[in-house]
Design a protein. Structure first.
Ligand SMILES: Nc1ncnc2c1ncn2[C@@H]1O[C@H](COP(=O)(O)OP(=O)(O)O)[C@@H](O)[C@H]1O
Ligand SMILES: [Mg+2]
Length: 365
């Protein structure tokens, strides 16, 4: 066992009757890493997490944690603890009693117990709250107490199933940062389930993007966003304009794609492993397509008409109709100095420009 493969998931499948909740999943999680399982509802995230915890038995495959095969190890003997979305804390107990709950069988003296609980309260920035009733807490505080209770036993791995799902947006964003800091502080490996792309991007060292029971791509947030290898991942993490076509020429880190709708698009971006004639999409992120009110004199561009713009305050999404193309092209612009509020949606002619480096070649689905 190395730190690289602290958790090893090998060919794991879980079938419920005809449903393949997890379908031949293989990857490793590093020691001390904040690792997210990201995917749409029903893709198998919770099932995989429950197999790590020992609450479900794999139909096939093996799981190792810290070099130890987990097959014969019941949940309560595994070096893991789990935190759920519906913070399962006891409303009739105090905060301190809730946090100390997992220690009650450890035969500690009262002083030792109090010390551990105080340390845990410090960790979640709730020193002095020990005597409070758990039913007197806000949602965010309750979730912190659930975390402290899970961490007090110092598990090697903390499994978190959409733990911030019940919180409103502002609190959720604040807790994302707090949880990330907490993980760095305790150095425990976190495996975090979410269906929220931004949450996974904000918090994780690495992300496994899942779909239909499979782990499609595993990488760090920046690489997954900037160099996706599948159309699903490109679209799920953020938004993408796809221009479908086939490779016209490729070589020397450069390719041209003959698209079916908008002529030829050049790419000097990632993913050059294609051959002439391959069906691909030339994919460009909205923020990499800029609107110009004058016809460019050089570089790559296409002409279009502003169809609509959605003003979002800090930025705007502008939809551009391009002749020959069915769906409008989406661009995103920052509202710096009021730029976004001046675009309008009145069908006037504009040009979209982009850099060839930002064009990502992807296989077609
Ligand atoms: N105990 C179960 N019995 C039958 N089907 C299940 C069970 N648990 C999960 N499933 C199915 O397995 C698939 C994956 O579920 P789940 O792991 O909960 O997805 P996620 O957490 O990504 O939303 C879904 O189709 C779900 O209905
Ligand atoms: Mg789930």
């Amino acid at each position: 066992m190395s730190d690289e493969s602290f958790i090893s998931i090998k060919n794991i499948s879980k079938h419920f009757g005809d449903v393949r909740a997890c379908d031949d999943i293989t990857f490793d999680i590093r020691r001390g890493e904040f690792f997210a399982l990201l995917g749409p509802s029903g893709c198998g995230k919770t099932t995989l997490l429950r197999m790590l915890a020992g609450f479900e038995t794999p139909t096939m495959g093996e799981i190792f944690i810290d070099g130890q095969p987990m097959a014969a190890i019941p949940p309560y003997e595994r070096p893991v603890n789990m935190v759920f979305q519906s913070y399962a804390i006891f409303p009739h107990l105090s905060v301190a009693q809730n946090i100390g709950f997992g220690l009650r069988k450890d035969k500690l003296s009262k002083a030792e117990m109090d010390k551990k609980v105080d340390e845990a309260l410090d960790l979640i920035a709730m020193a002095g709250y020990g005597g409070r009733g758990a039913d007197e807490l806000s949602g965010g505080q309750r979730q912190r107490v659930a975390l402290a209770r899970a961490l007090i036993k110092k598990p090697k791995v903390l499994l978190l199933d959409e733990p911030l799902g019940a919180l409103d947006k502002k609190l959720r964003e604040q807790m994302q940062l707090e949880l990330r800091d907490l993980q760095r502080e305790v150095g425990i490996t976190f495996v975090f389930v979410t269906h929220d792309q931004e949450e996974a991007l904000t918090m994780s060292d690495r992300i496994a993007v899942m779909r239909d029971g499979k782990a499609l791509e595993i990488d760090g947030p920046v690489d997954l966003y900037e160099k996706p290898k599948t159309p699903f991942c490109a679209d799920f993490l953020g938004t993408m304009n796809f221009f479908e076509g086939s490779i016209d020429a490729i070589g020397g880190g450069e390719a041209t794609v003959k698209t079916t709708e908008v002529g030829t698009i050049k790419s000097t971006g990632p993913n050059m492993n294609f051959s002439t004639g391959d069906a691909v999409s030339a994919a460009i992120r909205p923020e990499n397509m800029k609107i110009s009110f004058d016809k460019p004199t050089s570089g790559s561009f296409m002409e279009g008409k502003v169809r609509a713009s959605a003003f979002l305050g800090d930025r705007a999404h502008v939809y551009i109709n391009v002749e020959g193309r069915k769906d409008p092209v989406l661009t995103a612009m920052q509202n710096m100095g009021g730029a976004a509020s001046r675009v309008g949606g009145d069908d006037h002619t504009v040009w979209l420009t982009w850099s060839d480096e930002s064009v990502i070649l992807l296989p077609q689905e």
